[in-house]
Design a binder for this molecule. Structure first.
Ligand code: LLP
Length: 447
């Protein structure tokens, strides 16, 4: 397993993160356990801040969908980034954490009236409007509230990113955004400009996630700037903001070759500036929305090994006490992960095994064919790069409680999400009166 951030192997041969022995973490907090390396999370924020904000005056907004808790909001705020939220729930979290609302961008392809009202009341910095239905509703609501919504319009640039089918978003056949090619984007801009309670500031696109090819970004930036030039010619309105979304890929396993953030910034900014010059337009304020590349490598999940089942000549299954409930990505996207045995982190690999989860699904496999030291029940398995789209996509399938999360730094470990209890699982369950009665009746008639 590649070591990320503050990971080291200590003198006891244990994996350490943020100065904390992970075997100790597992025994103190139980497993499965999400561990977030505060230093690495902050470093990743800073890398973006330096590459985009300090160098180019661009704005970096953290994509909250990858990992969001109250404590995470604090880290993002302290590092000077904004935040991209996509639902009332994410917005509510940011509000409760007292995150500065002027730095919040509200995304989503089907925001409800209630969500829009909440965001208007909270005075979020920008609405990233996805479609005309939303635009009309927002204009009307803002009017009713004697307010004005600051908007950027999400467009579909028709750029195909080289990534998994389910996480591509920039192609024309997409549920997101107004299509440039067929004129919908231009009509959307014209409509927004005519509206009394909409202040249109700019344009947005997002071409996909886990992207390694930077030229996809340069291409998208070019398409957006060409569109800006066309809009300027036809309407006289010049977009002052250009949001190019997120998506920079990270290292999960061998073969992944992420590009440095600084290079990503240079490629994007060069493309935008060149196009601005070509079209005689002012250079817009650029916004980027990284998520995975900030939170992903900062997360590690610890599991306890249970049943080890060898099928001679076929495969050795090593089952852990979590799985698709806390990390649905392998089942959803065939994502690959690396792992190590945290209590034998310095030991050489001895066997090839496959890591299974504990859900009632054959597809609940975390890692196929990984070389590890001999794995035994009770060992602690650490799966790396689980910071993004793990906790945020976790579920209670099979009524497995969600894991706890700890933030580690300089030998300290603080709980930032409590472990769910069985009682939490029942929190919203209700037995209607009629069933309570009928149960008594059934019992009576059975006697
Ligand atoms: N901005 C927008 C508009 C997005 O839709 C996304 C991700 C981001 C920013 C952040 O992208 P990132 O930097 O994290 O790649 N659940 C999938 C990924 C879905 C991506 C959703 N949108 C996965 O686990 O791979």
């Amino acid at each position: 397993m590649m070591l990320h951030g503050t990971m080291t192997i200590n003198s006891r041969g244990h994996l350490e993160i943020g100065g904390c022995d992970t075997v100790q973490l597992a025994s103190t907090f139980g497993t499965p356990l999400y561990v977030v390396d505060e230093e690495l999370f902050r470093q990743n924020c800073r890398e973006y801040y330096r590459a985009f904000t300090e160098k180019y005056g661009a704005e970096v907004i953290y994509a909250a969908k990858t990992l969001l808790t109250l404590a995470i909001c604090r880290l993002v705020e302290e590092e000077g980034l904004g935040m991209d939220v996509v639902s009332g729930g994410e917005l509510y979290t940011a509000l409760q954490a007292k995150f500065p609302m002027s730095r919040v961008y509200f995304h989503g392809n089907n925001k409800s009236r209630e969500e829009l009202r909440l965001a208007l009341e909270a005075r979020v910095g920008r609405f990233v409007v996805d479609n005309l239905y939303e635009l009309e509703m927002l204009n009307q609501l803002a009017g009713e509230m004697h307010s004005r919504a600051d908007v950027i319009l999400r467009l579909t640039p028709g750029v195909e990113a080289h990534t998994h089918e389910y996480i591509k978003t920039g192609q024309i056949d997409s549920k997101f955004g107004l299509v440039i090619e067929n004129g919908q984007a231009l009509s959307g801009v014209k409509l927004a400009l005519e509206m009394d309670h909409i202040a249109l500031h700019g344009l947005h696109c997002h071409i996909g996630s886990q992207i390694f090819k930077l030229d996809s970004y340069a291409h998208a930036a070019g398409v957006m700037m060409d569109f800006a030039a066309r809009v300027a010619r036809e309407t006289g309105w010049v977009p002052s903001e250009l949001d190019l979304g997120g998506g920079l890929g990270i290292y999960y396993a061998e073969g992944d070759q992420p590009r440095p953030v600084a290079e990503y910034a240079d490629v994007i900014m060069r493309a935008v500036r060149e196009k601005a010059m070509t079209h005689g337009l002012p250079v817009p304020r650029v916004i980027v929305e990284p998520g995975r590349s900030i939170s992903g490598p900062a997360g590690t999940t610890l599991y306890t090994v249970g049943a080890v089942k060898d099928i001679p000549g076929v495969r050795k299954y090593v089952a852990v006490d979590g799985g698709m409930g806390d990390n649905p990505r392998p089942a959803l996207y065939q994502s690959r992960y690396e792992a190590c045995v945290a209590n034998k982190a310095a030991a050489p690999a001895e066997e090839v095994v496959s890591i299974a989860g504990k859900c009632c699904e054959s597809g609940d496999m975390l890692i196929w064919d990984i070389a590890l030291p001999r794995v035994e029940p009770g060992d602690i398995l650490a799966v790396s790069c689980t910071g993004a789209y793990n906790y945020s996509m976790s579920m209670n399938y099979n009524r497995l409680p969600r894991p706890a999360m700890v933030l580690v730094k300089d030998g300290r470990a603080d709980i930032i999400v409590e472990r769910e209890t069985y009682a939490d699982l029942l929190r919203n369950d209700v037995i209607p009166e009629r069933l309570r009665k009928s149960r008594r009746l059934n019992v009576a008639s059975a006697r």
